[in-house]
Every structure is written in C-alpha cells, then in structure tokens.
Write a protein that binds this ligand. Structure first.
Ligand code: AKB
Length: 337
C-alpha cells in the first residue's frame, strides 16, 4: 500500500498532538511534523520526520516533499496575538501564505491537487455589543465577518487567501478548463477542550483551565464574567470534523469554509458542572477587561447546518456526553481522582 504523505504544522499544539495520534491510528499516512518545539514524548514515535523551527523560514525545505495533505495548525492564538500583534501576523498570515504558495505550486506543477486543511475559528466573527450578540444567536458563516482581534483578522484573511490560491491564482480565472489547483478546506472551530492537554494563549482557555484546575483540586479565578457564553467542542469531535472534511468528496462541498458546533455554555454553567463533579473546589470570577472584550465579540453559538448537509457532520459529544462520557472519565484517570 502506498502511504499518503501528510504534513502537520503546529504539531506540538493541542489539535496537533490529537491529530497526529488519530492519523497514526488510521495507519495509511507517512506523517511529517513541524513545530517551533521538539515533539512531546507522546507523539514522537508517530512522526516519520520532525522539522523544528519557524515555519516562515522552514517552508522552503518542504518544496522537496510530495505532500498529499497539509494540516496547517501552527498559529498564535487570540489572547497572545493581542499582546504581540506583529509577531502574530507574521506567524498566522506569512506562515500560511508561504505554505499555500507551496501547495499551489506543487498542485499545478505535478497535476496533483494537494489538500490543504486550515483550522479557522469563531474569532473570525466580531459582534459589536452584548445585545447584538444575544439577538444574533447561532451565526452563519457569512454573518458578522468583522473580527475585533488580530488573530480573528488573520484567520478571516487566511480563509480568503486559501480561496484565492485554490480558485484564482495565476491565470486560472482566464482558463475555461483550469489546471489542478490546491484543494483548500477550512473549519471554523469553537473553543476546544481536551482531557489530555491544556491550551495556552487563547481566550476560550477559561473553559478547559477551569475544568482541569477543579479536577486537580486547585482554585481557579476565571478571567471572564459568569454570564459569558460561547460554543465549545470536545477535542475528539474537533479531530473527527477535521478528518471528515478531509475525506469528503470535493463535489459534495458547496463551500470552502464550514462552521462546526457541539454545545454552547456560559462560564457559570462550566463552574456548576465542575462543582458537581468536584464538590468544594474554589472557582471565582475576576474578569480581565481585555480578554472579556474578546469573548464578548464572539457569537454565543454557530450554525453548522452547511457542514451537516454537505458532509454529514454531527458531533459525538453534546454537553452531557462531553462531561459524562469524555471529559470526567478521562480526567479522573489522568489526575487519579
Ligand atoms: C482562542 O481562544 O484563541 C482559540 C480560538 C477560539 O480559536 N481557542
């Protein structure tokens, strides 16, 4: 059997680690990883080759590889990106553009359409105030595309860049029978929660941080208000959606960008769930104005009916299943509670 060659950038991140594990379980991939950091022990043996360093400078080394699929996960997340905006732009936009150019070049030159999977985010939305957020409810992909953060602007722009390189780059728009081009596909992820890893640098981090702290018997001071509501998803569902979109036949995809959703909770509801599982733990609310402003600009929930219709998306974990079947059993094992 010929193995497909896959590149996973940002492999040391939360999505990266979970994705590499799942790809390796599938067994038909040669996995090349890239990250600023060395690979953690948990996935070291699963990578055929690890390229360590800054993607913007490392991209040229990848011109010698024959990738079938690129999962471009490397990013500077929303809270970190607000503190180091230019650096975030470099990582989030320049890194993506160089990789898109590589994928477009290889697709055209070798007549083989490279699949390019890009995790976008609910940060691509920007809602002006809490009244509008409440009345907006579950938003569709083309609504409220006015991000308030550097990270959100970067994600939205890279969605457009992906569309450009896959549809219009070169002379493509002049050609009635255009050559092979890269096959760009993007998902807008909500806040993700893993029982095995912790996020860093994001703004939806209060959800996983609170749950991991309670499970370890540590006090937690939440950086957003109790009534703050956004959508979340279990990490296994995030990986499932990424691989379902990867596998979906191109002709079934009416769009390039898809929302995916699982459950939407307030920070107060997270606290209640955490205390039900770990009674007596100390969870307080001490909003940070800057981070609060970021989540207030994100929708309460997203409408993922396009993904459901085009490629049969359905999460395995709604709110109850997330806690009862995934997070609590795994976290109890992990922290020995
Ligand atoms: C962040 O908080 O920046 C990310 C995201 C929602 O994309 N988790």
């Amino acid at each position: 059997m010929t193995l497909k060659t896959v590149l996973v950038t940002g492999a040391c991140g939360e999505i990266g680690q979970a994705l590499v594990q799942e790809l390796s379980k599938r067994g038909d991939y040669r996995i090349v990883t890239e990250d600023m950091m060395p690979l953690p022990e948990t996935i070291k043996a699963l990578s055929a080759e690890h390229v360590q360093g800054d993607l913007v400078y490392k991209v040229k080394t990848f011109y010698d590889y024959d990738f079938d699929i690129i999962f471009h996960l490397a990013a500077s997340l929303s809270s970190k990106a607000e503190v180091a905006t230019e650096e975030a732009h470099r990582i989030n936009v320049e890194g993506t553009m160089h990789l898109l150019m590589l994928a477009a070049y290889r697709s055209e030159k070798y007549g083989k359409s490279v699949k390019f999977l890009f995790p976008s985010s609910i940060a691509a939305y920007g809602i002006s105030n809490l009244d509008v957020k409440k009345s907006a409810g579950s938003v569709k992909e083309d609504e409220y595309n006015t991000p308030h953060t550097m990270y959100g602007c970067n994600k939205l722009y890279c969605e457009k860049l992906g569309m450009y390189y896959s549809r219009y780059y070169g002379q493509r728009h002049l050609d009635p029978d255009p050559p092979f081009m890269l096959d760009f596909r993007a998902l807008r992820f909500p806040g993700l929660i893993s029982a095995f890893t912790l996020p860093s640098g994001g703004t939806s981090d209060y959800g996983p941080e609170m749950l991991h702290a309670a499970a370890q018997g540590k006090p937690y001071s939440c950086f957003v208000r109790e009534d703050t509501k956004i959508s979340f998803m279990a990490m296994p569902d995030a990986i499932k959606s990424l691989l379902m979109l990867t596998d979906a036949p191109r002709q079934n995809l009416s769009h390039i960008i898809y929302n995916v959703a699982a459950f939407a909770l307030t920070a107060g509801e997270f606290r209640d769930r955490a205390l039900r599982a770990f009674p007596g733990e100390k969870i307080t609310f001490n909003p940070n104005p800057r981070r609060q402003g970021i989540v207030d600009s994100w929708p309460e929930d997203v409408d993922d009916s396009l993904a459901r219709k085009d490629w049969g998306w359905k999460p395995d974990y709604d709110e109850d299943a997330f806690f009862d079947q995934y997070f609590l059993p795994q976290i109890r094992k992990r922290y020995g509670m």
